[in-house]
Design a protein around this ligand. Sequence first.
Ligand code: B4P
Length: 193
Amino acid sequence: MLNLVLFGPPGAGKGTQAEFVKNKETLLHLSTGEILRREISNGTELGVEAKKWMDGGNLVPDEVVIGMIRNIIERNPDVKGFIFDGFPRTVAQAEALDIMLESMNIPISGVVSLEVGEQELTDRLLERGKVSGRVDDQDESIIANRIAVYTKNTMPLLDYYKNQEKHFGVNGTGSIEEIADRVAEAIQRIKNR
Ligand code: B4P
């Protein structure tokens, strides 16, 4: 079983690259951002709660996101593996994920980390904001908050996974296809271990 985490700051290309990986490796793609946006557009109770956090570029509380992921993992015991996109985003989420996967004997195989500078992240998100309709992509101060939240809450995960020897850094700048090739190479290294 191949379980991958696609890691990176907001706008690094996690969602974009996850599309290539899930098709190539036939993994179940779990994007917490997408799942939460679906809940918002369906007007569910969870969506109403999540919107309050997401529109300002803040993280949805750990217990909400962890419960959501747990449900999906438990409902899909027969998949070839998972690609986690945008999850985990805090050490508490990473610890919860390790516990869930270990109890099922399917640990994380590797973490592919997309590395992109802050100015390029901001430019990409503002560009997407012109067409996405996403409140969190349209305002430079909200984007700056997302990057600050990433630095404070999510970056510590780099050390968490480096300590587990599961971290694989990838240059996330260049064309989408070039980056897809680098991601594929990193996944090959993960498989060869
Ligand atoms: P996400 O949906 O994960 O948002 P994201 O970080 O913007 O997505 P991503 O990084 O996948 O976008 P991509 O680079 O592919 O989360 C949104 C919000 O949901 C969070 O702020 C938070 O509130 C909440 N949330 C989600 N998960 C959570 C969790 N686990 N815990 C708590 N809260 C959570 O794309 C960016 C743009 O760049 C696109 O327009 C793309 O076309 C472009 N792009 C991609 N690659 C490019 C390239 N090589 N060159 C130029 N442009 C490129």
